[in-house]
Design a protein around this ligand. Structure first.
Ligand code: BMA
Length: 313
């Protein structure tokens, strides 16, 4: 089939909506994901009725049917150092599992802008704030679940008027202090990601490189369209980009992706690689519901390498 989609949407989408949550929320979206001992975990963002966000948790045995806990997992902190930066809410968590620790990077909003917080958990029952790991204004940070010559690496997304909304890569000895930042992928003019790009899911290690599933935005007369794309980073040096796919892999299509809290949005914060060579990609539809789809990892890597465009144009 010429139009065979790269990502096959689950027929039971959306997999989580506000009606599945045992406390009052208006949206369920942009979830980070991980799998521990055959249990799938989603940390999802929800808008409250005051328009600010909190983070909930849902668990599943098969990756499709999730049950949310009775309480939110993270709400704005009351600890002095964090409270001042989480006043307007916590958003868009990503999970990076290293050994038996699960690190969560999340957007912390306040009157001072948006920063990225780092939290950690071992059991997804309790969670501990570690540090704020960026200045304002930064959102969308994903940490590679590995070290490179003893250093951690992350993809981040600073912004300037001269060089807007690129994906950069930064290094750290301890996950708290970051530097040696370099731009790695830029939007391409008059392309599906021309307005801005940002890190999406925690990168996935494959035999041919780190698979980076990111989001790209295109401005239209009817507002912006958020889509997903893929890039491949070198296994030993993730600052080296081996290929960026020219085509998007997922675009808003289902009714709950086309309309909702923000229309025309598919936005990912997490994907889970399975032993059979597939990946379950989780995405928020229209900032309102959670969806899942399955792709073949080799197909995504092929797209990065065979239908490629320059990372920095
Ligand atoms: C981005 C973030 C995401 C959101 C997206 C679409 O800037 O706010 O959390 O999903 O816009 O509204």
């Amino acid at each position: 089939m010429i139009n065979k989609p790269l990502v096959t949407r689950y027929e039971g989408n959306p997999i989580l909506t506000k009606h599945d949550i045992p406390y009052a929320v208006e949206t369920v979206h942009n979830a980070g994901a991980t799998k521990i001992d055959d249990q799938y975990i989603l940390l999802f963002r929800s808008h409250l009725r005051n328009g600010r966000s909190i983070i909930g948790i849902a668990r599943s045995d098969d990756g499709y049917t999730f049950k949310a806990d009775h309480r939110p997992f993270m709400v704005p902190s009351t600890e002095k150092e964090f409270a001042i930066h989480e006043e307007y809410g916590v958003e868009d968590p990503r999970i990076c599992t290293i050994g038996d620790e699960h690190f969560i990077t999340y957007s912390a909003y306040s009157r001072f802008g948006v920063r990225i917080g780092l939290a950690k958990t071992r059991d997804f029952k309790t969670v501990e704030r570690v540090s704020l790991i960026s200045q304002a204004d930064m959102r969308n940070i994903v940490v590679f679940p590995d070290t490179f010559n003893g250093r951690y690496a992350r993809l981040d997304r600073p912004h300037s008027e001269i060089n807007p909304w690129c994906i950069w890569l930064s290094w750290s000895p301890d996950l708290v202090h970051w530097g040696d930042s370099v731009p790695v992928i830029q939007p391409v003019p008059y392309h599906w990601d021309e307005m801005k790009i940002g890190p999406g899911a925690t990168p996935i290690k494959t035999a041919r490189g780190w698979l980076n599933i990111y989001h790209g935005v295109f401005p239209t007369m009817d507002g912006s369209v958020y889509r997903l794309g893929v890039a491949l980073h070198d296994l030993a040096d993730p600052a080296k980009v081996l290929g960026v796919a020219d085509d998007w892999i997922l675009s808003p299509e289902d009714p709950w992706e086309l309309t909702g809290y923000v229309h025309n949005v598919v936005f990912t914060c997490g994907a889970i690689a399975e032993d059979d060579g597939t990946v379950k990609i989780y995405w928020g539809g229209a900032d309102t519901v959670m969806c899942v789809g399955v792709a073949n990892i080799d197909d995504l890597v092929d797209l990065c390498l065979k239908k490629t465009r320059p990372p920095l144009s």
